[in-house]
Design a protein around this ligand. Structure first.
Ligand code: ASP
Length: 326
C-alpha cells in the first residue's frame, strides 16, 4: 500500500480533462462543433468538481467527469464512439487510483453503457485489473451496471466518418501495420477520446481514460486507453496522467508511466517530463497525440504534439476553463 495522504493538509481541489487530440484547428471547426465541445467539456468539469467539492474522492470525480463525456454523442467514447472497419463499436477504458495503486480496465466491450464505470467496478469489486469483451460484459451485467444494445453506440456522424474512411482506405488502420505511413490523427480527423485526472482534498490522485479507439480500427484491436501505464497512470508520489493519440505509440513507449518515472527517478517536473515525452520523443518517432496530468501540488499539465487538443481544467474557485487549439 502506498502512503495515504496526510489528513492534516488540505490539498487544492483540481480536475483536468481532455476530449481527444488531433487536427483541431480554427479552420476546420464550425461554430456548432465548437459550442458542442465547449459545453461538453464544461459539463464534465462541473460534474467532477461537484463530486470533489462535496468531499468525494478523486476516483469518484474522474469517473463522474468521464461518464458525462461518455454519455455525450460528441466525444469518441461511450455514446459517440467511432466504428471499427467492419461497422462495430468496441470500447476501451481504464482507471487508476494513485492512493492504493489499484487499477481497473475493460477492452473491446460492446454493450456496457459506461465503460469507465465498469473499469471502476473491476478495480473495487474484483481481484483483476482488466476484463475484455464478453467476460467484461458478463461481469458488468452481474454487477448490475447499465447495459445497452450495441446499436446504442451507432451515431450518424460516426457512420459517415466510417464511410469516408472506407472510400479512402489508406487512412484506415485495418491492416495492423506497426507504423502507419499516414497517421490516422491527421487529415480531417479530430479524435475525441476522453480522459480525466483529479486531485482531492486529501491529496489523492486518480486518472481515467475512455475511448472507442481509432477510426476504422481492425475489430479486436485494443489501444492504450485500456492499458495501465500507457494511456492511464496514477501515483500519489508523482502524478496522474491520461493520454490520447495514436495508441500503438503510446503502448510501445509506455507513455503515462514514462512521465511518472521521469519525475520519480530523474526528479523532473510534471511539465518538463511531459514535454520531453510528447514534444520530443513521440514527435520524433511519429507518434501523435497528447496527455493531461497533475501532481499533488495541483500543478496542471496539458501537452500535445497535434494541432489541437480538446482540454480543460477546474480549480478551487469552481470556474471551468476550456481550450482547443495550440
Ligand atoms: N488513444 C486512443 C487509441 O489508440 C485513440 C485516441 O486517443 O484518440 O485507442
Amino acid at each position: 500500500m502506498r502512503p495515504v495522504a496526510d489528513r492534516s493538509n488540505r490539498f487544492p481541489l483540481t480536475l483536468v480533462i481532455h476530449g481527444g487530440a488531433g487536427n483541431i484547428t480554427r479552420d476546420n471547426m464550425t461554430p456548432e462543433l465548437e459550442m458542442r465541445y465547449r459545453s461538453g467539456l464544461e459539463q464534465a468539469l462541473k460534474e467532477g468538481y461537484r463530486v470533489l467539492s462535496s468531499g468525494g474522492s478523486s476516483v469518484e470525480a474522474v469517473v463522474a467527469a468521464i461518464k458525462v463525456m461518455e454519455d455525450s454523442p460528441w466525444f469518441n467514447a461511450g455514446k459517440g464512439a467511432v466504428f471499427t472497419h467492419n461497422g462495430t463499436v468496441e470500447l476501451d477504458a481504464s482507471l487508476m487510483d494513485g492512493r492504493t495503486g489499484l487499477a481497473g480496465a475493460v477492452a473491446g466491450v460492446k454493450t456496457i453503457k459506461n465503460p469507465i464505470v465498469a473499469a471502476h467496478r473491476i478495480m473495487t469489486h474484483s481481484s483483476y485489473v482488466m476484463l475484455i469483451a464478453n467476460g467484461a460484459e458478463e461481469f458488468a451485467r452481474n454487477e448490475g451496471l447499465a447495459m445497452v444494445v450495441p446499436e446504442y453506440f451507432h451515431t450518424q456522424r460516426q457512420l459517415e466518418r466510417l464511410r469516408k474512411l472506407r472510400a479512402n482506405p489508406d487512412k484506415t488502420s485495418k491492416n495492423q501495420a506497426p507504423i502507419l505511413p499516414d497517421s490516422p490523427f491527421f487529415g480531417d480527423d479530430k479524435l475525441g477520446t476522453v480522459g480525466a485526472v483529479a486531485l482531492d482534498r486529501l491529496g489523492n490522485i486518480a486518472a481515467g481514460t475512455s475511448t472507442g479507439g481509432t477510426v476504422g480500427k481492425r475489430y479486436g484491436r485494443v489501444g492504450d486507453s485500456a492499458v495501465i501505464g500507457a494511456g492511464t497512470y496514477a501515483d500519489n508520489d508523482t502524478c496522474g496522467i491520461s493520454a490520447t493519440g495514436h495508441g500503438e505509440y503510446f503502448i510501445r513507449n509506455v507513455v503515462a508511466y514514462d512521465i511518472a518515472a521521469r519525475m520519480k527517478y530523474r526528479g523532473q517536473s510534471l511539465v518538463d517530463a511531459a514535454r520531453e515525452v510528447i514534444g520530443k520523443h513521440l514527435k520524433k518517432i511519429g507518434g501523435s497525440g497528447g496527455v493531461i496530468g497533475l501532481d499533488r501540488q495541483g500543478n496542471i499539465m496539458m501537452e500535445f504534439n497535434t494541432p489541437g487538443m480538446y482540454r480543460g481544467f477546474i480549480r478551487e474557485e469552481g470556474k471551468p476553463r476550456v481550450s482547443f487549439y495550440d
